[in-house]
Design a protein around this ligand. Structure first.
Ligand code: ZN
Length: 578
């Protein structure tokens, strides 16, 4: 059983509403901490990250794995994920008060949960999984040890990633509201602001380009300001880069609340209380995306683009945060940035409204694609389908073709779509015609890949049909059709045929496939399917010997099969003594 997040959330919500009837105010004092005190946070809710908002709290575990992790309340294990990337080994616990908690990057689950999940893995012959657990199968008590902290998945250092989901909406919520004893008296800091002309009749300092101002102040007790004057005309948007610090914690955190006032009138406000997990990629509309690509810093916009579906906006003016500056004059602007505990920092600056004597020459290159409807762009050999809402705002579509094949496995020209500075909300579907003559039996080996450089690609996927390969893509970049007829690479680590593994606890392999990517791996020992774990950070798969599944003190025959996304398989047969 595999689900996508949306389905899973819905299933969980339905299940939940059948089981518990709840009404009235939620008692939030019943949640215990997931780890022993003292609390050491390294990330908070809503922090800005690549392609997503951080969905919870990161609890650091003193640089080591293996700390006990506890259920924050009574409930039952409702989902389990085992993944080589992302959240690694993750547990979800549904609680009777309308919330679900989750605990990620775990080293292992407790014995009861491990037994349940291993039986599932063996009966389904499935290593990686994301499954729903029926209520009643794995009940847990408040403060029950549910597993050990780790560094599994895409974690870059031992910690527990902890989230709370509101079951009635499926939204993830700010966990700090449940832990009032986590205190903070430090104020956020402001780094930069951005000022944007929003259309061809608007200017910032006489130009049609955005301007970034450094936030400056003379001392830590003063409000921030800007040192250079700011003159605008027409419809203007703003953005702000700000970060927070918390008592005792050495890390930089995301801010909770941004307000923008024009002449004492609130024109924009957001509060990081809840995030729709299925709209995470809207972060690329929430931030100044080209600025992020260039600097890796996050300027948060205080205007909302048409297909940005985020729901945490507390106040936006009738122009979705865009401020019209029409009459000549001077206006006072104030940014107020506040953390979850109410510590605020201000930035004050004035805006001079003056229309330049000559408007800057404005030229749009490309084909106009309105973002409120489906758009199909087609030329011989190449097609792009934008579903409704696929991009955040209207755009001018551009592309170029590079017919010189710089790839030995390339089967089409290389198509460059847009310039990379435009984010995609979910995906855009591209179809590329296969130009090489491919024998019938190899057509299923074709796949779309992102072109990185000469003989360097990154797998995308896709299906071949009547001359074209079609796949959804998440970035505007360079794409090409390649053929993958090569099996994955399998490299045994400290294992070889006829090895004596008496003193060894498990077997390890390094695996890789740089064309279509590894899809799965299966190990049989004496004909019995055996569980393996995969850590994408290390590109390794590992099997830990289990005396309940394998008789010790004898010779065994084993077979490992690693398959890529185009069904090319590498088999490694070996015998060993254990
Ligand atoms: Zn995290």
């Amino acid at each position: 059983m595999m689900f996508n997040i949306k389905e899973l959330t819905l299933v969980t919500v339905l299940l939940f509403t059948q089981l518990f009837s709840f009404a009235g105010k939620i008692d939030t004092t019943i949640f215990a901490l997931p780890l022993e005190e003292p609390v050491d946070l390294s990330a908070n809710f809503g922090e800005l990250r690549a392609n997503h908002f951080h969905g919870g709290l990161d609890f650091r575990t003193g640089g080591v794995e293996g700390k006990q992790v506890f259920s924050i309340a009574d409930g039952y294990v409702s989902m389990i994920r085992i993944d080589s990337k992302g959240y690694g080994q993750q547990l979800f616990i549904t609680h009777p008060n309308g919330y679900m908690s989750s605990y990620a990057h775990l080293l292992r689950f407790n014995d009861k949960i491990t037994k349940y999940i291993q039986e599932y893995q063996i009966s389904h012959e499935q290593n990686m999984l994301f499954i729903k657990i029926p209520p009643g199968a794995l009940p847990v008590k408040r403060c029950e040890m549910i597993g050990l902290s780790g560094n599994t998945g895409s974690s870059r250092g031992p910690h527990v990633h902890f989230e709370i989901t509101e079951l009635s909406t499926g939204k993830i919520v700010n966990p700090l509201q449940f832990f009032p004893h986590i205190k903070d008296f430090r104020k956020p800091i402001i780094n930069n602001i951005g000022v944007y002309p929003m259309d061809e009749n608007s200017t910032v300092n006489g130009s049609d380009k955005e301007v970034i101002y450094v936030a400056s102040r003379k001392s830590a007790n003063q409000d921030y300001g800007i040192l250079q004057p700011l003159t605008v005309s027409g419809n203007i948007g703003f953005s702000i880069q700000a970060t927070d610090y918390m008592n005792n914690f050495s890390h930089v955190f995301g801010i909770y609340n941004v307000q923008l006032y024009k002449d004492s009138v609130l024109v924009y406000e957001h509060k990081m209380d809840k995030i729709e997990p299925w709209e995470q990629r809207c972060i690329n509309s929430f931030i100044d995306y080209p600025y992020y690509l260039k600097t890796k810093n996050f300027l948060q916009k205080t205007f909302v683009e048409p297909n940005n579906k985020l729901g945490f906006y507390a106040k936006i003016n009738e122009n979705k945060g865009v401020i019209p500056f029409v009459e000549e004059g001077v206006h006072r602007m104030i940014f107020v940035v506040t953390d979850y505990h109410g510590n605020s920092t201000r930035m004050k600056f004035t805006v001079n409204v003056r229309r330049p004597a000559q408007m800057p020459h404005h030229e749009s290159v490309g084909i106009f694609l309105p973002c409120n409807k489906e758009n199909v762009y087609k030329i011989p050999g190449f097609k792009v389908v934008f579903a409704r809402g696929a991009v955040f705002k209207d755009l001018y579509f551009t592309y170029s073709v590079d017919s010189v094949t710089k790839l030995t496995r390339g089967c089409s020209p290389i198509y460059k779509i847009m310039d990379g500075n435009t984010p995609i909300r979910d995906s855009v579907q591209i179809s590329i015609k296969v130009r090489k003559k491919i024998p019938e039996k190899y057509l299923k080996k074709l796949t779309i890949a992102q072109y990185i450089g000469p003989n360097a690609t990154s797998p995308v996927g896709g299906r071949y049909d009547t001359g074209y390969v079609t796949a959804p893509v998440r970035y505007f970049a360079k794409y090409v059709v390649i053929i993958d007829t090569a099996p994955p690479v399998v490299q045994p680590l400290k294992v070889y045929d006829r090895a004596n593994l008496s003193a060894i606890a498990g077997i390890f392999f390094r695996i890789g496939d740089n064309l279509s990517g590894v899809r799965n791996f299966n190990l049989w020992i004496d004909g019995k399917w055996s569980i393996m774990y995969n850590d994408s950070k290390k590109s390794t798969i590992e099997h830990w010997f289990d005396p309940s599944r394998m008789e010790y003190g004898k010779w065994h025959t084993a077979k490992l099969v690693v398959t890529d996304n185009r069904d090319n398989a590498k088999t490694y047969n070996f015998t060993f003594y254990k």
